[in-house]
Write a protein that binds this ligand. Structure first.
Ligand code: SAM
Ligand code: DTB
Ligand code: SF4
Length: 332
């Protein structure tokens, strides 16, 4: 196909165009997103990824949603970086439970060089188990990114979180450009990117469009695109403001997934945080609108997740099958 083929992903979206997609009649939007989804993916296949918090709490950043920031009293205790052996035991259990990708998350502002050898050992060990490897460790230098890639890291997660105009309402200890710089280093090292954001933080639809516009105009679209619904955490600024109620209208959430599918047609779009409190019907609409990945297991990093039994029932009810990672591609 030629680079100008209209079926090919575009990188020249304007914010007005993305806002225009959000404003489409809902039925048209979902139909178009479902049609695009079928062009690139089998709509019955859903990827299963599993998370592990390898270093919990005590983070220097002040992300207003996060249970692990040292700036807020949330009841999450700061812990040390886990040993590689303990991480590998969890990875083996995740693989045996049906996960395909294992994502190691650390509550760090940035990776410190003194921790890199322990990380590279973990990554090599998880890779040797036959899992796709992913990590989310905060900011990386170009050299650190190369070291992680050499150890066998397939994906790096680093979210833009929200649109550029709303960003300073969410976090002030780093800039949008800091995030973009780390994503540049990840791509330059030859790793795939996992990059998305959170909805339900009090942002406007324009901010949600701003997030998806930022993702769709990256030099390379994210390989994985997580769409999180704010999981409100008491003691954080955004959690306290939200209270215990759901923070985003389910139909607006589905719209966000549909627009993500349309502007980043080849990305694997993941229903991430907040899925636990979504009905089967909302999840089904999300899968119809182009979501094709979930986090499995009873826990995300610190927040609860829909457990194995609920997801086995979900897959059976909706006739879904696990997506099998392309091993050769993952190893490339
Ligand atoms: N410290 C690293 C960082 O921020 O990049 C890695 C871990 S961080 C917890 C990974 C992502 O999880 C965040 O960028 C955010 O998008 C998402 N996240 C964290 N807490 C959340 C919450 N309470 N609700 C929804 N998403 C959340
Ligand atoms: C992403 O976008 N969502 C995941 C993963 N990337 C690292 C994390 C969700 C965290 C939810 C809150 C918690 O477990 O503390
Ligand atoms: Fe730290 Fe990541 Fe939480 Fe922000 S989201 S406070 S960087 S762990």
């Amino acid at each position: 196909m030629s680079p100008t083929d209209p079926a090919q992903p575009r990188h020249d979206w304007t914010l007005a165009e993305v806002e225009g997609l959000f404003a489409r009649p809902f039925m048209e939007l979902v139909f178009e997103a479902a049609s695009t989804h079928r062009r690139w993916f089998d709509p019955s296949e859903i990827q299963k990824a599993q998370l592990l918090s390898i270093k919990t709490g005590g983070c220097a950043e002040n992300c207003g949603y996060c249970s692990q920031s040292a700036h807020f009293r949330t009841g999450v205790k700061a812990e040390k970086l886990m040993d590689a052996e303990a991480v590998l035991a969890e990875a083996r259990a995740a693989r045996d439970g049906g996960a395909d990708r294992f994502c190691m998350g650390a509550a760090w502002r940035e990776l410190k060089d003194r921790d890199t050898p322990r990380l590279t050992a973990m990554i090599a060990g998880v890779k040797a188990l036959g899992l796709e490897t992913c990590a989310t460790l905060g900011m990386l230098t170009a050299d650190q990114a190369r070291q992680l890639k050499a150890a066998g890291l397939d994906f790096y997660n680093h979210n833009l979180d929200t649109g550029p105009e709303y960003y300073a309402e969410v976090v002030t200890t780093r800039t949008y450009q800091d995030r973009l710089d780390t994503l540049d280093h990840v791509r330059a090292a030859g790793m795939k990117t996992c990059c998305g954001g959170i909805v339900g933080m009090g942002e406007s639809r324009r901010d949600r469009a701003g997030l998806l516009h930022a993702l769709a105009t990256l030099p390379v679209h994210p390989d994985s695109l997580p769409v999180n619904a704010l999981a409100p955490v008491a003691g954080t600024p955004l959690g306290d403001r939200a209270g215990a109620s759901p923070t985003i209208d389910p139909i607006e959430f589905v719209r966000t997934v549909a627009v993500a599918r349309l502007v980043c047609p080849r990305s694997v779009v993941r229903l991430s945080a907040g899925r636990e409190s979504m009905s089967v019907e909302t999840q089904a609409l999300c899968f119809l609108a182009g979501a094709n990945s979930i986090f499995v297991g009873g826990k995300l990093l610190t927040a609860p997740n829909a457990g194995e039994d609920a997801d086995t029932a979900l897959f059976a009810q909706l006739d879904l099958r696990p997506m099998i990672a392309d091993r050769e591609d993952a190893a490339a």
